[in-house]
Ligand binder design. Structure first.
Ligand code: ATP
Ligand code: MG
Ligand code: MG
Length: 569
C-alpha cells in the first residue's frame, strides 16, 4: 500500500472530514485553455485529482475560459487528452463559460445589494485611482450611482450598446484596503469577441477572480487548490463567494438546473500551495508559445519542451511524472527543483518497466576473422536483468558486428577498461574478443577493427567466466536494423534561462546541442517496438519509439534520458 501522504493540504482535508465540516470532498483542476499543459500543471493535476481519489471524493475538469482573446478549442481538446494520459478521469467536464448566465445573475444581485457599480473610468484612470502599497486609492466618481442606473447600464453593457473600455462593472469594496485586490476590482468588462464555447452570445466577460470563486461555488467545490500567487486574492475570492452566496440562493442557479445540470452549490475554501519551478527550462505558457511560434522548437510536442505532450514524446511515462510530483511534496515554500530530479524519476520508473535491448549509435565496424562469413548464430538474452517475467529473446550474432566507436581507444586514457589494440574485451553475452588489427582510412580515421573470438569463451563454456575488465555491447551488422536516433538534451544551457540581468533573454540561452540526429543500428527485436514503447539500450540510456515517426520498417527512437546524470559534474 502507498504510504499516507502528510502534506498540509491533505491535513486540512482530513481535519474537515473528521470535524464533520464535509462528508464528501470535491476538487477541480481549472486550466485556462490558452496553451498546452506543462509539467507545472502536472503538480496541480496530481494534487487536485489525487486528493479527490484518496478521500473518496470527486474532481472536475474545468476549462477556465473567461478570456476569449487567447483561448482556443485546440487547447480544450489537448488538455483533456493530457489529463487522461497522466492517468486521471474527471467527474465532470465543465467550462466556466457554462456558468456565464449564473455569473451574470450574481452580478445583478451584487448591484441590487449595493455591492457593485458601473464605472466609466478608463483603464489608465483606474490604475491612477488605485493607489499603491503605501498610498490608499481614491474612489471612482461613478461609485455612488443608484442601483437603478447601475442595473440599466449593466444590462445595456450586456446588450452590446457600448464600445470596449467604455464601462466596467466593479465590486464596491474598499479603496483604502491594504490589499490592493480589494480596491474596487473590476468584475466584468466589455469584449466584442467571439468565444470558443459561447460564440457570440456574450460581449461582456467576467474577470478571473469573480468567475473563479463563483465557478467553484457553483460546482460545490470544498477545497479549491491554487498556487501561492493567489494568496492575496483570497479575501476577494471569499468576498465574491459570500456576497453572491450561491449556496443560499438556489434561484440564481436556475439557468443551469433548467438545462438538467446537476448542481449543489457550496462555500468553497481556497488553499494555496507553491508553484513548481524547474531549472534549465521555462514554464510560462506565454514563453512556451513564443518558442513554438518562432520555430525555435518543432511544436508544443517537441521532445525538449516541458509540456506534457513534449515530455510524453520524449519518453516520459505518466508513472514517472506522478512519482516526481509525489517526491516534490506540497508546501508553501517556493523553490526551484533541479532538472535531474525529474530525470531520476524517469530512470527509476523505466529501470523497472523497460525491457533491455542492444543498439549502437556511433558505429565502428568489427570483423571477427576466426568466424566464417555467413556464420549465423542466435544467442538467448534475458529481457530484464532483475525481472524474469520479462522473458528472453534471441539475438543474432555473426562475424560482422557494430560496436560503439568510443568503446575502442587506440591510445587509451588512464583507467580505460575497454578495447585497445592487442587487448581483450567481453562482448556482452557472446564471448571474449581480441583486437588484432586496426584499419584506418587515408586520413587516419579508424574504420574497422579486425578481431578474433576466444573459442573457449563462447556462451556456456568454461572459459566464458574468464575474468576480463571491460564488457561492451554490440549488434550483428548482418542483422541489425538501421535506425534514426534523436539525441535530446536540455533545451537551455543555463540553469535560469529567465534571468535576464545580463541583458539576454531566454531565447539567447538555448542549448545548441539540445538535439542531434544520428543513424544507429539496433538488434531486430528492438525495431519491433510499438510507438511510445521504451527500451533501455544497454549502456546508452532509455529510448522511446517516436510516437509520430517510428515504424518497425523505419525505426525512429528518441533518447529520453541517459543512464547517469551527465550534468552533475
Ligand atoms: P502559466 O503561468 O504557465 O500560464 P497558469 O497558472 O496561468 O500557468 P492555468 O491554466 O491557469 O495556468 O493553470 C491551471 C492550474 O494549474 C492552476 O490551478 C494553477 O495554479 C496550476 N499551475 C499552473 N502552473 C503551475 C506550476 N508551475 N506549479 C503548480 N501548479 C501550477
Ligand atoms: Mg491562470
Ligand atoms: Mg496564465
Amino acid at each position: 500500500d502507498a504510504p499516507i501522504k502528510q502534506d498540509f493540504v491533505r491535513q486540512i482535508v482530513r481535519d474537515d472530514i473528521a470535524s464533520g465540516k464535509h462528508t464528501a470532498i470535491r476538487t477541480r483542476f481549472p486550466p485556462e485553455p490558452n496553451g498546452y499543459l506543462h509539467i507545472g500543471h502536472a503538480k496541480a493535476i496530481c494534487l487536485d485529482f489525487g486528493i479527490a481519489d484518496e478521500f473518496g471524493g470527486v474532481c472536475n475538469l474545468r476549462m477556465d475560459d473567461t478570456n476569449p482573446s487567447r483561448e482556443d478549442i485546440e487547447y480544450v481538446t489537448a488538455i483533456q487528452e493530457d489529463v487522461r494520459w497522466l492517468g486521471y478521469e474527471w467527474n465532470e467536464l465543465r467550462h466556466s463559460s457554462d456558468y456565464f448566465e449564473v455569473f451574470y445573475l450574481g452580478a445583478e444581485k451584487l448591484i441590487e445589494q449595493g455591492d457593485a457599480f458601473v464605472c466609466d473610468l478608463t483603464a489608465e484612470q483606474v490604475r491612477e485611482y488605485r493607489g499603491s502599497l503605501t498610498e490608499p486609492g481614491r474612489e471612482s466618481p461613478w461609485r455612488n450611482r443608484s442601483v437603478e442606473e447601475n442595473l440599466d447600464l449593466f444590462r445595456r453593457m450586456r446588450a452590446g450598446e457600448f464600445a470596449e473600455g467604455a464601462h466596467t462593472l466593479r465590486a464596491k469594496i474598499d479603496m483604502a484596503s491594504g490589499n490592493i485586490n480589494l480596491r474596487d476590482p473590476a468584475i466584468y468588462r466589455i469584449r466584442h469577441l467571439a468565444h470558443q464555447n459561447t460564440g457570440d452570445a456574450w460581449c461582456i466577460y467576467p474577470m478571473y477572480d469573480y468567475a473563479h470563486a463563483l465557478g467553484d461555488a457553483v460546482e460545490g467545490i470544498t477545497h479549491s487548490l491554487c498556487t501561492l500567487e493567489f494568496e492575496d486574492h483570497r479575501p476577494l475570492y471569499d468576498w465574491c463567494v459570500d456576497r453572491v452566496d450561491l449556496a443560499g440562493h438556489p434561484e440564481l442557479l436556475r439557468p443551469l438546473t433548467e438545462q438538467g445540470m446537476p448542481l449543489e452549490a457550496a462555500k468553497p475554501r481556497q488553499i494555496e500551495f507553491s508553484r513548481l519551478n524547474i531549472n534549465y527550462t521555462v514554464m510560462s505558457k506565454r514563453k512556451l508559445m513564443a518558442l513554438v511560434q518562432s520555430g525555435l522548437v518543432d511544436g508544443w510536442d517537441d521532445p525538449r519542451m516541458p509540456t506534457l505532450l513534449g515530455l510524453r514524446r520524449r519518453g516520459y511515462t505518466p508513472a514517472s511524472l506522478r512519482l516526481f510530483v509525489e517526491r516534490l511534496g506540497v508546501s508553501k515554500v517556493n523553490s526551484v527543483i533541479d532538472f535531474s530530479v525529474l530525470e531520476g524519476c524517469l530512470r527509476e520508473d523505466l529501470d523497472v518497466s523497460a525491457a533491455r535491448r542492444m543498439a549502437v549509435i556511433d558505429p565502428l565496424k568489427v570483423t571477427l576473422t576466426n568466424l566464417q562469413d555467413g556464420h549465423g548464430e542466435s544467442l538467448e538474452f534475458p529481457n530484464h536483468p532483475k525481472d524474469e517475467s520479462f522473458g528472453s529473446r534471441q539475438v543474432p550474432f555473426s562475424n560482422r558486428l557494430w560496436i560503439e566507436r568510443d568503446d575502442f581507444a587506440e591510445v587509451p586514457p588512464k583507467g580505460f577498461k575497454r578495447l585497445v589494440p592487442g587487448g581483450e574485451v567481453r562482448l556482452r553475452g557472446a564471448g571474449i574478443m581480441r583486437c588484432d588489427e586496426v584499419i584506418k582510412d587515408a586520413d587516419g580515421t579508424v574504420i574497422e577493427l579486425r578481431c578474433s573470438m576466444d573459442p573457449e569463451s563462447r556462451p556456456g563454456m568454461e572459459g566464458a567466466n574468464r575474468k576480463i575488465k571491460g564488457t561492451i555491447h554490440w549488434v550483428s551488422a548482418e542483422h541489425a536494423v538501421a535506425t534514426e536516433v534523436r539525441l535530446y538534451d536540455r533545451l537551455f544551457s543555463v540553469a535560469d534561462p529567465d534571468d535576464n540581468s545580463d541583458g539576454q533573454s531566454y531565447e539567447d540561452h538555448l542549448n545548441p546541442e539540445s538535439r542531434r540526429t544520428v543513424t544507429g543500428y539496433i538488434e531486430p527485436a528492438a525495431a519491433d517496438a510499438k510507438p511510445e514503447q521504451s527500451w533501455q539500450f544497454e549502456r546508452l540510456g532509455y529510448f522511446v519509439a517516436d510516437r509520430q515517426d517510428h515504424s518497425p520498417q523505419r525505426p525512429v527512437f528518441n533518447r529520453s534520458v541517459t543512464l547517469r546524470d551527465i550534468w552533475a559534474a
